[in-house]
Unconditional design. Structure first.
Length: 687
């Protein structure tokens, strides 16, 4: 029996898979303490399934705590300890600018204030220690950090990824002398070259870890009080980790929420398609998009969040501020805009009847007939059409448009923003979106999927039965995963397979010796033993990625390979990857193996195909707006059974989401309950 709970900005979703059926629940997110939303959703889904908390075997949790803290700059007060002369690395960054032709474009303010940056006399170079570290510097350093009120410390010394002796000594002393202060050491967080990326990632880890530890501590305590097992926590990589590991390694779970949706998209793409799909997760606050290719989610080892670099393995998800709660507004030039401001869950869109007065995408969807007035959402929310009309009317007057014209404009602008996000992960990265199916999920995704698909030239939509809670379903199917990386800087022409295999073996040994990422000086030994036992019950799979480049290049390409590779085969694979990515290759150039990235993955539970558990499908009609005209539209309320066909214009009201099919679309439900829709471009939207 598998339980997954995903906390979003507007709603918190829960999915329980009992081996044969899916049970789902959705409750409004408590913005003051999201742990309360977690337990409220758990209580609701357990009640619907008619089971007890003790029956749950695996409990996995996805969250947005780290992402929100990073974007709103609400993490811990963080200090930095580094080699003398390098305290400003995190502020200088790289030479690239946020906007190429705008020299004054601001960069984000460093997370560590200048007054909290401390330098020590020491120096390690690529060949070893140049200037020894004097331990007499430790006590003054402890005093300075204690007096500045730091809640966390990032220790980042030059070349510590090659020789961590000095960094390890400083981190160990700080942990002993300041037991209430979290300490992140760069050789533990990211033992990889490039100072700025390593410094930035370690600072983010320190900045988020205290906040995450407090939140996950509340979740763990609430789960224990409720009779649940300790939850596993979704990491940015798309795998779960024990809660104790996630609590002390904040940077690893920044994309915890979006990663669950990506795993869910991967699961359903394998069941209902050929494994190629574009995940399109539109919730109340934002929209996350990803590429699932060959049944696997595309990964990246570096990305920026809020303009800050994190260089850790993570699912390649792109996020824009376009969700059901995104607010429509008029900019200074008189243009209609939507987002990134959101009404969230409190007060929420105007149509929620909770005091919201600003027009949102959800209000526009209601006015256009895609949502039904009076229908009930999670938490007993009933959609109020009059409130939505009043909110949109204010914006319409400001724009000089009619109410319905403004509602159509809000939806079109939101769709354009989401289309742009999909282009980032497809067209801009050499992926032709027309060869993929669009898989919408989240509470609002299916409502906008057809319009976005048409704009992208995508002819197929896969709408899972549990699309409204797919991120929570993905949590149920997530792998237990441990990641690490090491910079090796080897010339492939001068390296034999045994040397590379030795580096891989050393990384595997490191993961088994320290099965959870991050330092844990005060961890409960029994809890760690339980985590090890849980891991040993699953089959381990070693996945290795070799990051290579031509000599003289500044960045690498990632190529998967076996743990005991043939250097000649690695060179051949790199050459092919370079040709595919850049359109050329150089067979005479020297190839460097820069980093070895390794993941130790333990087989995940297999939810399989759950039988539909919905009620009888109710059918009726109502008017909805398509192509600038009101059309009589078929409505199916419930979960259609396998084999059911639907011709547009149609609206399928699933328990946690609504799928809108314009006149040019038709659909059939497959054995997994997925609505498989096809676009006939020869049909006009107006009938």
């Amino acid at each position: 029996m598998l339980l997954g709970v995903d906390v979003g900005g507007t709603f918190t979703d829960a999915v329980l898979h009992d081996g044969s059926r899916l049970h789902t629940a959705k409750v409004p997110t408590d913005v003051t303490d999201q742990s309360r939303s977690v337990m409220a959703s758990v209580a609701e889904v357990l009640s619907r399934a008619g089971v007890e908390a003790a029956d749950v075997e695996t409990f996995a949790h996805g969250m947005t705590v780290g992402t929100n803290a990073l974007l709103t700059e609400s993490g811990a007060r963080t200090a930095l300890v580094t080699t003398r002369g390098f305290a400003d690395v995190i502020e200088i960054g790289r030479q690239d600018r946020p906007e190429l032709y705008r020299l004054c474009a601001p960069k984000p303010v460093p997370l560590v204030d200048e007054s909290l940056r401390f330098e020590v006399d020491e120096r390690t170079g690529p060949e070893g220690i140049i200037e020894p570290f004097d331990p007499d510097q430790l006590e003054p350093l402890v005093t300075a950090i204690s007096e500045c009120g730091a809640e966390a410390v990032a220790v980042c010394l030059l070349f510590s990824y090659l020789d961590p002796e000095h960094e390890s000594a400083i981190a160990a002393h700080l942990r002993e002398a300041l037991p209430g202060v979290h300490v992140s050491a760069s050789h533990e967080v990211l033992p990889q070259f490039r100072e700025y990326e390593r410094f930035s990632t370690t600072v983010i880890d320190a900045y988020l870890s205290p906040l995450l530890a407090a939140y996950l501590g509340r979740v763990a305590a609430a789960a224990e009080d409720g009779g649940l097992s300790e939850p596993l926590v979704m990491q940015s990589s798309g795998g779960v980790a024990p809660i104790s590991a996630a609590a002390r390694a904040g940077a690893w779970s920044v994309l915890s929420g979006p990663a669950g949706g990506a795993v869910g998209a991967k699961l359903l793409s394998r069941i209902s398609a050929d494994g190629d799909a574009l995940g399109f997760d539109m919730g109340g606050t934002s929209c996350d998009v990803c590429v699932v290719e060959g049944g696997e989610v595309r990964q990246t080892d570096s990305r920026e969040i809020g303009g800050r670099v994190i260089q850790l393995p993570m699912v390649d998800v792109h996020t824009v501020g376009a969700g059901g709660g995104s607010i429509g507004w008029r900019d200074e030039g008189g243009a209609l805009r939507t987002g990134p401001q959101s009404a969230g869950s409190d007060p929420g869109p105007a149509c929620y009847g909770r005091g919201g007065e600003q027009p949102t995408v959800t209000d526009a969807d209601l006015l256009l007939g895609y949502l039904a007035p009076g229908s009930e959402l999670a938490g007993g929310i009933e959609l109020d059409r009059a409130a939505a009309e009043s909110a949109v009317e204010k914006l319409a007057d400001d724009l000089g448009l009619g109410v319905i014209e403004t509602a159509e404009g809000i939806v079109r602008v939101a769709n354009a923003e989401m289309t742009r996000a999909l282009r980032v992960v497809t067209v801009e990265r050499g992926v032709d979106p027309r060869g993929f199916a669009l898989m919408p999920f989240g509470g609002a995704g299916p409502m906008h999927a057809a319009a976005v698909a048409e704009e992208m030239g995508i002819r197929r939509i896969l709408c899972p039965r549990a699309c409204g809670v797919l991120s929570a379903l993905g949590l149920c199917a997530s792998e237990l995963r441990r990641d690490t990386v090491r910079t090796v800087l080897l010339n492939l022409d001068e390296t034999d397979g045994g040397q590379i295999a030795g580096e891989v073996s050393a990384l595997v040994a490191t993961l088994y010796a320290d099965p959870e990422p991050g330092p844990d000086p005060d961890a409960d030994a029994d809890a760690d033993a339980d985590a090890d036992d849980a891991a040993s019950d699953r089959t381990a799979d070693v996945r290795v990625t070799y990051e290579m480049r031509y000599g003289g290049q500044a960045f690498e390409l990632s190529v998967p390979g076996p743990p005991q590779p043939d250097p000649a085969e690695l060179a051949e694979a790199f050459t092919a990857a370079h040709q595919e990515r850049y359109g050329f290759s150089d067979t005479d150039a020297r190839i460097e193996l820069v980093n070895i990235r390794l993941a130790l993955v333990f087989a995940s539970p297999d939810p399989g195909i759950a039988a539909a558990g919905g009620d009888e499908v109710e059918q009726f009609t109502r008017e909805a707006r398509f192509g600038g005209a009101w059309l009589e539209t078929s409505v199916l309320a419930g979960e259609p059974g396998a084999g059911t066909t639907v011709d547009g214009p149609a609206i399928v009201q699933l328990p946690e989401a609504t799928l809108v099919l314009p006149p040019s679309w038709s659909a059939k439900i497959d054995d997994a309950g997925t609505i498989c829709a096809e676009w006939d471009a020869t049909k006009q939207a107006g009938g």
